[in-house]
Design a protein around this ligand. Structure first.
Ligand code: FAD
Length: 318
């Protein structure tokens, strides 16, 4: 079922959802199911599955020469979505990227999803590959997520890349896109980022999922700015509980978000990471309750495949 239909059916009740990462190559799919099963009692209407593009690694040979190799550390997004839908009878939502895909690859990817009965996709640009400073589009691929959204919207109208295909079957994907309450790291300011977010909605996106944030006032201000800019689709907040002291530096570096002073102080005071985890859970519960009171359609948790903290939060909130 589409995300928009899950919202319609909820009668205004906030629902629990979460996101997982495909397991590292070599791990059994059971390792993934172990992270999902304990969360199913909270009846998520859907589970997001992230997409991880290829990475370049350099393998040193005995003669000292380096060989560039292209590897995917976390393959399997589509297979995982199919496995989740089959095993848990819940909608699985694959993330898909511009990076690493030609338009043809994108079309074939979407055809697979359609055949598998997947109703939703989250359309993203993706980051630069690790060895590059800026995102470079794949030759024959898309530069921005809005272009990817436009391709999915076209396929929803039965417009395939090869316009000689006759009696083409339209797909019917509900399309999610990313939003950044504290702006995307490359955007010169939040207004500019929201301007381009609107372009994704105009291209056919149906809803927005946000980057994680730790200060709800940033989310509320972002929603207000989006509404003022004429963006009227549902905006789903993304939340992640802090779990280690190291994340005080890692999270701002990796996700370009600020941590509130009170949270930093509470984490600094902790004797060990068990204590940090409890602080992270309590903070996330408080955030969740306030967002729920504001009637957000879903609370979307970045589980990173680990269920313990998210389960405690869900027990307290839902
Ligand atoms: P875009 O919407 O294309 O925006 C990228 C930047 O370009 C922004 O600064 C924007 O303001 C600017 N911009 C957009 N259009 C234009 C234009 N026409 N002209 C000039 N500037 C423009 N990454 C993964 O690799 N896999 C995942 O599964 C994944 N899931 C994510 C889920 C969520 C909810 C979020 C918030 C992020 C996720 N990401 C994921 C990270 C995402 O791929 C990166 O943040 C990426 O750098 C930007 O993707 P985007 O779709 O927001 O890009």
């Amino acid at each position: 079922m589409k995300v928009l239909d899950h919202i319609k059916q909820s009668n205004g009740k906030t629902q629990f959802t979460f996101e997982i990462l495909p397991p590292l190559k070599g791990q059994h799919i059971d390792s993934l199911f172990e992270g999902i099963t304990p969360l199913m009692e909270f009846k998520p209407p859907f589970i997001d599955v992230t997409y991880h593009r290829e990475e370049y690694v350099y393998k040193e040979h005995q003669n000292g020469l380096l060989e560039k190799q292209i590897i995917k550390k976390r393959p399997g997004t589509v297979g995982i979505c199919a496995a989740i839908q089959h095993r848990f009878e819940v909608d699985a939502i694959p993330h898909m990227l511009c990076g690493g895909f030609t338009k043809e690859d994108t079309e074939n990817f979407l055809i697979d999803l359609d055949f598998l009965g997947i109703d939703n996709v989250v359309a993203l640009r993706g980051d630069a590959v690790k060895s590059e400073t800026y995102f470079k589009p794949t030759e024959g691929g898309h530069l921005y997520a809005s272009d990817l959204v436009a391709q999915i919207t076209a396929l929803n109208k039965g417009q395939y890349l090869d316009n000689e295909i006759e009696n083409s079957a339209p797909t019917d994907f509900c399309i999610g896109v990313a939003g950044y309450p504290e702006k995307h790291m490359e955007a010169p300011n939040l207004d500019s980022d929201i301007h381009f977010l609107k372009k994704k909605i105009k291209a056919g996106a149906d809803y927005i999922i946000t980057q994680m944030f730790f200060d709800n006032s940033k989310f509320f201000a972002f929603v207000d700015k989006c509404r003022a800019a004429g963006i009227d689709v549902p905006i789903i907040p993304g939340l992640k509980p802090l779990a280690t002291k190291k994340q005080l530096n890692l999270i701002p570096h990796r996700f370009h978000v600020d941590l509130p002073e009170d949270l930093i102080k509470a984490v600094v005071k902790c004797k060990d990471n068990d204590a940090v985890r409890q602080v992270g859970i309590d903070w996330c519960i408080a955030q969740s309750r306030e967002l729920m009171a504001a009637k957000v359609p879903f609370l979307h948790y970045y589980s990173m495949g680990k269920s313990t903290a998210i389960k405690k939060i869900a027990e307290a909130v839902f």
